[in-house]
Design a binder for this molecule. Structure first.
Ligand code: CA
Length: 232
């Protein structure tokens, strides 16, 4: 297997160094950047397999970097947030980060999360060659094998997680799931996040799927309980 490339964008050199040391030991190729602007240009030109992105960075902060990368790219991004920055986790996910880890973190946990996120991207690449299995729901065509979604014939850009949530709900039409259930079933044991992650992902999905995301026709809210998929 080719060694995977990780880009670390972190201005605290001591943290960056120790992460790099541990990743190299695990067989990763590592590149580092100490400010947001340079990190962004390395992210776009060097095409790493995964990016570790600190929030508080000089020149350009981690949120701006994340947003910029997501305009053109689906490279997995793990945000590094400080413990007191609760709100940052949600904002990072809204801007398209795949995962976050709170400082201080253990190296084993960080490496497990990096590997899990890279595995998911590899899986997604393999799925592009799978035989089609398309289900139609109103204007939506969902290819359950290839992880592709079309709306009125136009392909939608969904992240793997967004697709998995949509697939899970669409295969179980009209059945209501709590956010806890969805976190367990869709994100699974590898994920350490909280239930707001589900709300954020539903919001992002609605923005992509719905004509009017404030008046959804596909992914419905059951007040006080959770979410379900409805055929319009
Ligand atoms: Ca920092």
């Amino acid at each position: 297997m080719d060694s995977k490339k990780v880009l670390i964008i972190e201005d605290e050199k001591s943290i960056s160094d120790i992460i790099k040391f541990n990743l190299v030991k695990e067989g990763f190729e590592v590149e580092t950047s100490y400010d947001g602007k340079e990190g962004l240009s390395k992210a776009l030109s060097n095409k790493p397999d995964l990016i570790l992105l600190d929030v508080m960075l000089p020149v350009m902060d981690g949120f701006q970097v994340c947003k910029k990368i997501r305009e053109t790219n689906t490279i997995p991004i793990i945000m590094l947030t400080a413990k007191e920055e609760e709100v940052d986790k949600v904002l990072g996910l809204e801007l398209g980060a795949d995962d976050y880890i709170t400082k201080p973190f253990g190296m084993r946990e960080l490496i497990a999360r990096i590997k899990a996120n890279i595995r998911r991207t590899d899986l997604m690449k393999d799925l592009k060659d799978a035989p089609s299995n398309i289900k139609y729901f109103g204007n939506l065509a969902i290819d359950l094998n290839r992880y592709e979604v079309r709306k009125n014939e136009k392909a939608l850009e969904l992240t793997l997680r967004e697709f998995e949530l949509l697939k899970y709900l669409a295969e179980r039409e009209n059945k209501v799931f709590s956010r806890e259930q969805l976190l367990e079933e869709v994100w699974g044991y590898e994920y350490y996040g909280d239930i707001r992650t589900v709300d954020v992902t539903v919001r992002r999905l609605r923005e992509k799927l719905e004509d009017d995301s404030s008046n959804p026709k596909y992914i419905m809210t059951k007040r006080g309980i959770g979410y379900y998929f409805r055929r319009p």
